[in-house]
Design a protein around this ligand. Structure first.
Ligand code: PMP
Length: 490
């Protein structure tokens, strides 16, 4: 049967039967990807949806569970994206589903600014308890990451009476006007959307791979660069310094060791609110609940989102009580901020972390991926770095000598993976980074199958590219033996 929706082929019966079963955790190609039903639906979408929305892979999803996305043509695609780091506990986590189902039956919305419900308080309590920082905290809930980042700025401004904001090279903080201003990359995020709010200043990010003075000097030199920007602009005019503990859209850049701690000290010295944007890296993604724990650093404010709501829109700002309570009553809020269904989902997410060993799961993912992908970084390979933590991992494509970015290689590899039923995403300021964000619950065999497809895609793209025949064949055989070794250990 070509399509499960093809009634004449008995498709609907097939779907109904499948719905009562767990989704098999294996890759399955029933049609080309995208298949005929997805292709038809995509054509309809083009007639109805603004072309301003892009799409990484134009397949339409029917069900999702564990590490599998099942599309409307019956293909089972390996999910290395988690809806951009959202479905970390799985897209059909039963703990999340049970709580949301129960909440749905009771009520969907009151608006927390109108009448209250205690799941909102419970989510705030969990975040106050679990975010780094041994000080009294309060939390405010919102719906989107950009909204939460903007509210962190509102809070920092209200608390300090200052206006300026310090952000970093390669940063991503959202698509609203202020967060676009805070985001570094012009295209596609900012092009034609200005003018942007002022008072946003950018400082160097201690990115080890491309630091001009060498990785070992990145922390000290970048911190000096930060001080220079603050001095030039007037350090005591800055309300907030905002940084991702591992940069997401900017290319999964892990700051050089000591950089985050150095920033925290600079911020403290100048009375600047230190804000950690953990929207992508937080909530267990890196193998710790918060990525900044690796550096032993707490934010005065920490912003969470994505995986927090287990797929329902929920974000938060958590921080020092004196900052969070510096805002006048009524100054924070939003119609859907901390919606009851989203709070119920978050409580299910917390339960999933408490009952399952998901942080260890993230570290196991890192171990498996590292063993397969790290050997591909050789002297003459266009994969110049393997980086990241836990289940937030990436490889960067660039010229092995000059580090000139190779975005076409990354795009070609991604396209081949997609055709083979493995969903991977590209990111980075230069679009030359392949990032892996599997759900933390992905099974080992599925992970290894997806990695084998990725490695084969790399080898075949090398073989056809201008990389050079020696480098290509070395890379291809390194890749093949890495997969073999990983499979042998499985
Ligand atoms: N900050 C970071 C670090 C992010 O990764 C994102 C989303 N990719 C955002 C902010 C914005 O979140 P949202 O898309 O929910 O507005």
């Amino acid at each position: 049967m070509d399509s499960p929706y093809d009634v004449e082929e008995g498709g609907l019966a097939y779907i109904e039967a499948m719905e009562s079963l767990p989704l098999p955790q294996t890759r399955l190609l029933r049609t080309a990807i995208p298949g005929p039903t997805s292709t038809t639906l995509h054509a309809e979408r083009v007639q109805q949806v603004s072309s301003g929305f892009g799409v990484a892979l134009p397949v339409f999803i029917d069900r999702a569970e564990g590490g599998i996305l099942q599309d409307v043509d019956g293909n089972r695609i390996i999910d290395f994206a988690s809806g951009i780091a959202v479905t970390s506990v799985g897209a059909s986590n039963p703990l999340v589903q049970a709580r949301v189902r129960d909440q749905l039956a009771r009520f969907t919305h009151t608006c927390f600014m109108v009448t209250e419900y205690d799941s909102f308080t419970a989510v705030c309590e969990w975040l106050n308890t679990h975010t780094p920082g041994d000080f009294e905290k309060r939390t405010a809930l919102f719906s989107t990451g950009a909204e939460a980042v903007e509210n962190a700025i509102k809070i920092a401004r209200a608390a300090t009476g200052r206006e300026k904001i310090l952000v970093f090279d390669d940063a991503y903080h959202g698509r609203s006007l202020l967060t676009m201003a805070m985001t570094a990359k012009e295209n596609p995020y900012k092009t034609s959307f200005g003018p942007f709010p002022g008072e946003v200043h950018r400082a160097p990010m201690a990115a080890p791979l491309r630091w001009p003075g060498g990785a070992e000097n990145a922390t000290a030199e970048a911190l000096a660069g930060v001080e220079a920007v603050l001095t030039a602009q007037g350090a005591d005019t800055f309300a907030a310094m905002v940084i991702e503990p591992i940069q997401g859209e900017g290319g999964f850049i892990v700051p050089a060791p000591g950089f985050l701690a150095g920033l925290r000290d600079i911020a403290a010295r100048h009375g600047i609110v230190f804000v950690l944007d953990e929207i992508q890296a937080g909530m267990g993604r890196t193998g710790r609940m918060f990525a900044s724990e690796y550096e032993g650093v707490a934010g005065d404010l920490v912003v969470t989102g994505k995986a927090l709501g287990g797929g329902l829109p929920l974000t938060a700002v958590t921080g020092r009580v004196e900052l969070m309570n510096a805002v006048h009553a009524g100054g924070l809020g939003g119609t859907y901020a901390g919606n009851p269904l989203a709070c119920a989902a978050a409580l299910g997410v917390f339960e999933a972390f408490e009952t399952g060993d998901l942080l260890a799961g993230a570290l196991r993912i890192e171990d498996t991926v590292r063993r397969v992908l790290e050997p591909l970084v050789t002297e003459d390979s266009p994969i110049v770095e393997f980086r990241g933590r836990g289940a937030m991992l990436a490889i960067e494509f660039a010229d092995a000598v000059t580090l000139e970015p190779r975005p076409l290689l990354a795009a070609a590899v991604a396209a081949r993976c997609h055709a083979q039923g493995v969903l991977i995403l590209v990111c980075g300021t230069y679009g030359n980074v392949i990032r892996l964000l599997p759900p933390l619950v992905i099974g080992r065999e599925l992970l290894e199958d997806g990695l084998a497809v990725l490695v084969q895609a790399i080898a075949s793209v090398y073989a056809e590219s201008t990389v050079g025949s020696t480098a290509a064949s070395t890379a291809a055989s390194t890749a093949a033996s890495a997969v073999g070794a990983a499979a042998a250990r499985a």
